[in-house]
Write a new protein. Structure first.
Length: 429
């Protein structure tokens, strides 16, 4: 009954969204990849919103139902039949009668299972497609025959790109470069490591009072250069998202100076390498939105490169939906983190493999703590924090590691504003 109801709702909302797009003909920018989709989407929105009437997918609305809700400007109805009925009514009114509608839609489009992208691209035909990264072992690979099938699925979005459309892609990603070899539309690359249309160089961490406070780097496009500073966030992914957003902005007639100005007030996306003040004068790196092998690797590398006054602590939870790759990928994380941290906390049964591998690679058993209870982990870690400590917290969405972050915050009353999954519906799940 539940599945039948969902199919009916999705079908009606998708039809309404199709009608609305046919009526209003917005410019569609579609973002996909296995890392950085939401951050890239939000950064593109920050770049464009001052120039054009722009709407973005809310939060991580990237499924078939999420894309329809984004097009219609509606909220998630969660488990309430009444809210979904109201969405259908409001969606119908919007589809047929709305006059004031965004000129540009920035849509995040993801896949959980085979066929997901095909369903969405039957009616979404983007003007611009942005490809973030295709890692060797992507999230959701559990539901596919192979990692390569995930790439094939996501590349259907590129196949749906309009003939006169533009592809913006990560030039540092070998899988992406191979996948787009036969693309006929204009392709614009962004890069940190190799020459491309948009290049990031001179990146460094910004410190205030001896603590990490953000990142800065130089962004170059042909003969134009600008200095970009991003407060409240860390990691190479923030540079990639900025370069991708800059490419979109320039495509729509902006200069790099315009892009830099638009990003002055760009806020960090909750749960994506955000810097949060921790108790006892510590610093939290909150990367709790979701997790995958490549994302954990990037986060650990960021922690490794930081200069800190205290200890480096990693709180790492299960990486879900990895299927047959799960054991080996958790072990690889343990190998990577062993030489970086002074203390390791693991969350969940799969992450026992992280702890085991870290122990095998030289991390002392005395500084490894394993928990299956997230609340308990937060409580006990809070008692261990010392001034100057930097704590990286990362796990898949289902682990709810943001609860650990809340326990460690200097001002937990700001959790609703700063942390991911603080909606009322999430709090009862």
């Amino acid at each position: 009954m539940k599945d039948t109801f969902k199919k009916i709702v999705v079908g009606i909302l998708t039809l309404e969204a199709k009608i609305l797009i046919a009526r209003k003909k917005p410019i569609i920018i579609a973002v996909t990849g296995s890392v950085g989709k939401t951050s890239t989407k939000d950064t593109i929105y920050s770049v464009l919103k001052g120039r054009r009437y722009t709407r973005k997918s809310e939060k991580s609305f990237n499924s078939d139902i999420g894309v329809s809700l984004s097009v219609l400007g509606l909220q998630n109805g969660w488990n309430s039949p009444w809210l979904w009925f109201r969405n259908i009514v409001d969606g119908g009114v919007t589809a047929f009668f709305v006059r004031d509608y965004p000129e540009v839609l920035v849509l995040e489009m993801g896949v959980d299972r085979p066929g997901d992208m095909k369903k969405m691209t039957e009616w979404i035909k983007p003007d611009v497609v942005v490809l973030t990264r295709f890692p060797d072992v992507p999230v959701h690979v559990e539901y596919f025959f192979s990692p390569e099938q995930v790439v094939v699925e996501k590349m259907q979005l590129v196949q749906a790109l309009k003939a006169d459309g533009v592809l913006i892609y990560n030039h540092d990603d070998a899988l992406i470069k191979t996948a787009i070899e036969e693309v006929r539309q204009q392709a614009i690359g962004f890069s940190r490591y190799s020459p491309s249309h948009f290049s990031v160089t001179g990146d460094k961490t910004v410190y205030r009072d001896g603590k990490p406070a953000g990142v800065s780097f130089t962004l170059t496009y042909i003969n134009e250069q600008v200095e970009i500073s991003l407060d409240g966030m860390l990691g190479v992914q923030s540079m990639y998202t900025t370069a991708a957003a800059a490419a979109v902005g320039v495509h729509f007639g902006m200069t790099l100076a315009d892009v830099a100005k638009a990003l002055i007030d760009h806020a960090a996306v909750p749960g994506r390498m955000c810097i949060i003040a921790g108790k006892d004068d510590s610093v939290i790196i909150d990367d709790t939105y979701n997790s995958s092998p490549v994302a954990v690797e990037m986060a650990i590398q960021t922690l490794k490169e930081l200069s800190v006054g205290g200890r480096k602590i990693a709180v790492l939870g299960d990486m879900l939906e990895l299927g047959r790759f799960s054991v080996r990928e958790h072990e690889r994380v343990g190998e990577q983190v062993a030489s970086v941290v002074d203390m390791l906390i693991t969350l969940g049964v799969r992450s026992h493999k992280i702890a085991e591998a870290a122990l095998e690679h030289g991390l002392s058993e005395k500084v490894i703590w394993q928990y299956d209870d997230v609340e308990r982990a937060g409580e006990e870690l809070a008692d261990k924090i010392k001034p100057g400590d930097v704590i990286l917290v990362k796990a898949s969405q289902g682990i709810r590691a943001e609860r650990v972050v809340k326990r460690l915050m200097a001002r937990p009353d700001e959790a609703r504003e700063l942390l991911i999954r603080q909606d009322d519906m999430w709090q009862v799940r």
